[in-house]
Every structure is written in C-alpha cells, then in structure tokens.
Design a protein around this ligand. Sequence first.
Ligand SMILES: Cc1cc2nc3c(=O)[nH]c(=O)nc-3n(C[C@H](O)[C@H](O)[C@H](O)COP(=O)(O)O)c2cc1C
Length: 344
Amino acid sequence: MKKSVVKLLKRVIEQLQAALLPLCSKSAILSGLYFTFFSRDFFYEHQAILKARLAYRKQQGMHGKSSALLRRNIHRLEKGLIMQPRRNVFALEYITETVAAYRIALNTPELELSELQWATDVLTEYFNVIDKSHPVINDNYLIFTQLSTLDITSKKPFSYQQKVPHKVSYEDFFALAKFRTSVRWFEPQHVEIEKIEQAVEAALQAPSACNRQPFQFYSISSQPLLKRLANLPGGTTGFADNIPHLIAVVGDLSYYPLSRDRHVIYIDASLASMQFMLALETLGLSSCPINWPELINQDKAVASLLDLPQFKRVVMFIAVGYPSNSGMIPYSDKKQAKDILKHV
Ligand SMILES: Cc1cc2nc3c(=O)[nH]c(=O)nc-3n(C[C@H](O)[C@H](O)[C@H](O)COP(=O)(O)O)c2cc1C
C-alpha cells in the first residue's frame, strides 16, 4: 500500500477514535466496546494477562526457585502473628492451601533454601501459637509435622527493638537523593558485575505486595544484544550507543491468579528499581531509567531478544555506567513539597 494511503487511513482512524471519546468514556461497557472495535491498545496486554493466569495454574504458583503462592501465604501468616491482639484462630481459610504449597515447595529441589527456611519458621511459629482444637488446623498441623525436616532458625516475626539501628541521617539521605540524577553520557568503561549484584541486593530490600517480589533484573553488557536492546525504546534516541550496561527490569504477571493484580508488577518493580538506582550512586555508578511504552511491536521485539514469554513484561530499562564528567545533565526542576502535599 502506498505511504500516502496509509497516512490517510491513520488520520481517519485517529479522527474516528477522537470523535468516539465523549460517547465511549460515558460507561465501562462502551469503553470496552471502544477497545474491542476501535483500538488495539490493550490487545497484547489482555492476552498477556490470560496467559499469565494459565501459567499460574499450570505451575501451581511455582517460579523456578520461588513459590509465589507460598510467599504470599507465609506473609499472610506473618501478619496474623503480629496482630494486636492476636486471634486464637486465624488463617482458617488459607492454611490448607499454604501447607499444600509448602509440600510442593519441599518437593521442588531447586527451591531457594532461604525461602523454604522462612516458610518453615513461620509455619512452626503459627502452629506453636494457634489453637489446634479446630479440625482444619489440627489436620494441617499433623501434615506439617510430618513434612517439615528443617531445623528452626529465626526467620519469623520479631519486635522492633531487635532491629539493628541504621546510621543514615536525613541530611545524608537527602544528599544522596539529590545527587542522583538521570545520566545519559557515560565513560566507555566496563561495569563490574559485582557492583550490579550489590545494587540488586539493595533493590531486593524494597517493599513488595505480599512480599512476592515478582520481578527479575536482566543484566546486559554484551554486544550486539546491548545495542539492539538499547535502540528499541524511543527514549534512548541520541544516546543509545553510549550505554555501557543495560538493565531490563522485567515483571512476571504469572505471580498472580487474578487479573485484578495486573498492576502490581509495575509498582513492585519500580520501588525496587529506585533502590537499585540509589545504590548505584553509592558505588560510583550513574543511571537513567528508560520508558517502555505498551506497544505491540516493541513488546514482540523485546520478547524475542530476551526470550520472554508474553506474561513477562518489561517494566523499564535502566542504563548504567560510570558518568562522563563532561557529559551534560538536564536541570529537571522538581516540584515543591508544599504543592504535592495535600493536607486533607
Ligand atoms: C519511568 C521513567 C521513564 C523514563 N524514561 C526516560 C527515557 O525514555 N529517556 C530518557 O532520556 N529519560 C527517561 N527518564 C528520565 C526522566 O526524564 C528523568 O527522571 C526526569 O527528567 C527527572 O530527572 P532526574 O532523573 O535527573 O531527576 C525516565 C524516568 C522514569 C522514572
């Protein structure tokens, strides 16, 4: 088809879409019809969510070294254990599922020992304190005592006063936050993988919904993959080939059995990414987060380069490197605290 015809068609579609906005935004059903018949914006994401749900069911909540289901339920037990006052009976509605997930985890040789230990310690504490006269709890207690073979450690709820105090003042923290800026010009210098690992360790201390941590950091330093990936997002135009190290932050939608949690990968991965970028600063490295918009062709391209199933979604890229001293930095003025703080 001739370019001019394609251009004309695009314009007609855009105008039709714009004309439909007032009507279709009036109700959820009309919005659904709009995105079914007049826009493909959500097609790939819808399919990704359904594939994720299917994968969750097939994998029984398992993800290689980790069990999303076990992590979630052990965390729910932790919350029950710290309640004030603590109830004599809790977790009735999910203790059977939790012990079943624990059994699967025990039978999964590659499961991370640290995760298994945490589950063992919390379940032990739960069965220590819970009223076992309820048949559901008693049944699960008996199953658990037969399953559990690990020695008990201390991966269970603890009091605030047991925490080791930090030594970071507000002034020091603010200085670090202010020092970090997005850097786009780097020295052509190799980034040590040990430093990336240290920053990822800091990233993992971030909060995540039900402690599932449903993301991975893909670390890319070899060519030609680095150049191919760096040139995919529109936001790297002009500096893509200057990036010495690239991180693809990837969220895994198959951590969730329900579509309602589809946004959680973006929140959890972003909180971790922020800690990652701040940690890089303490190691002498700089970074620039890079936007990954929801575009079908881009998604297909990145999936092929990183070998991602459709339910693993790129949340953002992060360019990493040693800053070039002569490289310019946008001023990027920040808003005032009083303007974004709404006292209600
Ligand atoms: C989610 C996200 C996506 C971004 N995408 C890009 C991008 O594609 N290209 C780019 O040069 N900068 C990108 N940035 C950097 C922003 O432009 C930058 O954070 C903002 O201007 C504030 O400046 P600062 O990071 O130096 O404080 C992105 C930042 C975020 C948080």
